[in-house]
Ligand binder design. Structure first.
Ligand code: SF4
Length: 316
């Protein structure tokens, strides 16, 4: 077997987030989720009603996180929970639930600055949709990025407009490309969220998406397998029309994700390979209680067994 030489400095067969994240800071940094009471344009009727067909925001929030509390209270409770576990650490306020740039600029400034004023908070991570940013928001985040770690995470989900329409996403792939271009070169840590296995995206098409994503200006990628969650439109579709879905078994997913990542630009940092929704909310696929870290370890072993690595088949 040939010795594998990776493009990045660490020794895993993919460009791994934990190594990158450690390099950004001189001490341990923990993300603390915040629910600032946002909604999203897919729920309030401005784009659509009912939300994306797979979405149930109850899968996101930890116990300390509730819009009934102030941002400061949520962060302080989150910090009190995590700080006894580790000695020295700093925190990033993670605006996670719903669309966290979906408000007027003055309210956004107030919320972000409140989070940054909490002792120990050194940055923000903001999850949003590609159609919910503009230059005013990005200019403000760029200003913050001169002093703080500012990550902006876009839900792209698919590169196929037909799929995006079918899942009631309410934006196109072209809007995703535009948002990424607008966010580039501003000192922001821009990330993308992409779902593997949406109905309408064939496996070959998803491999094409790996090539398309590879040409876009962003730094980190969160991948996850499609999961059917209770109290979603997709849950009903799954019961009424199961053949619409081609859900991955864990073995298929491990094999497929390696093929996907072989095509990816080696510069893209992989922040997540899978998602693990609460067991009481998950309808399918059920992978027998196997934990995220076990799947990641199997993915890593599969890369090595195949003598392959991230970007092996990437063409710029
Ligand atoms: S996934 Fe995001 S954009 Fe879609 S309905 Fe849920 S919160 Fe809104």
């Amino acid at each position: 077997m040939n010795k594998i030489v990776y493009d990045w400095e660490h020794s895993r067969p993919f460009n791994d987030f934990s190594g990158y994240f450690k390099k950004q800071f001189s001490e341990r940094v923990q993300k603390i989720a915040v629910d600032a009471g946002f909604t999203c344009p897919n729920r309030d009727g401005s784009k659509a009603k009912g939300g994306c067909t797979y979405c149930n925001n109850d899968t996101f929030n930890p116990f300390y996180c509730s819009p009934k509390k102030t941002i400061t209270e949520q962060l302080k409770e989150g910090i009190a929970f995590f700080s006894p576990k580790y000695k020295a650490q700093k925190y990033i306020a993670y605006f996670q639930a719903y669309t966290n740039t979906y408000s007027d600029i003055e309210s956004l400034k107030k919320m972000y600055l409140e989070a940054l004023s909490v002792k120990g908070v050194i940055g923000l991570s903001i999850a949003t949709r590609p159609d919910c940013v503009d230059n005013d928001i990005l200019d403000f985040l760029q200003e913050l990025a001169e002093k703080y770690y500012i990550a902006l995470e876009y839900g792209i989900e698919s590169c196929n407009n037909e799929t995006l329409k079918n899942i009631n996403r309410g934006h196109t792939f072209e809007e995703s490309v535009e948002a990424l271009n607008m966010s580039a070169n501003r000192g922001l840590h821009v990330g993308v969220h992409y779902i593997l296995g949406l109905p309408g995206d064939s496996r070959n098409e998803m491999l094409e998406h790996a090539k398309m994503l590879s040409q876009l200006p962003f730094e980190t990628l969160k991948l996850h397998q499609l999961q059917i969650i209770k109290k979603t439109v997709m849950a009903k579709q799954f019961i009424d029309n199961t053949e619409m879905f081609e859900l991955f078994t864990s073995e298929e997913y491990i094999e497929f994700v390696v093929k996907f990542v072989e095509l990816l630009n080696p510069k893209i940092i992989i922040e997540r390979f899978i998602s693990e929704s609460p067991a009481d909310l998950l309808i399918a696929p059920k992978w027998g209680g196997i934990k995220n870290f076990e799947i990641v370890s199997k993915i890593e072993k599969h890369f090595i067994a195949q003598n392959t690595w991230q970007g092996r088949l990437y063409k710029s």
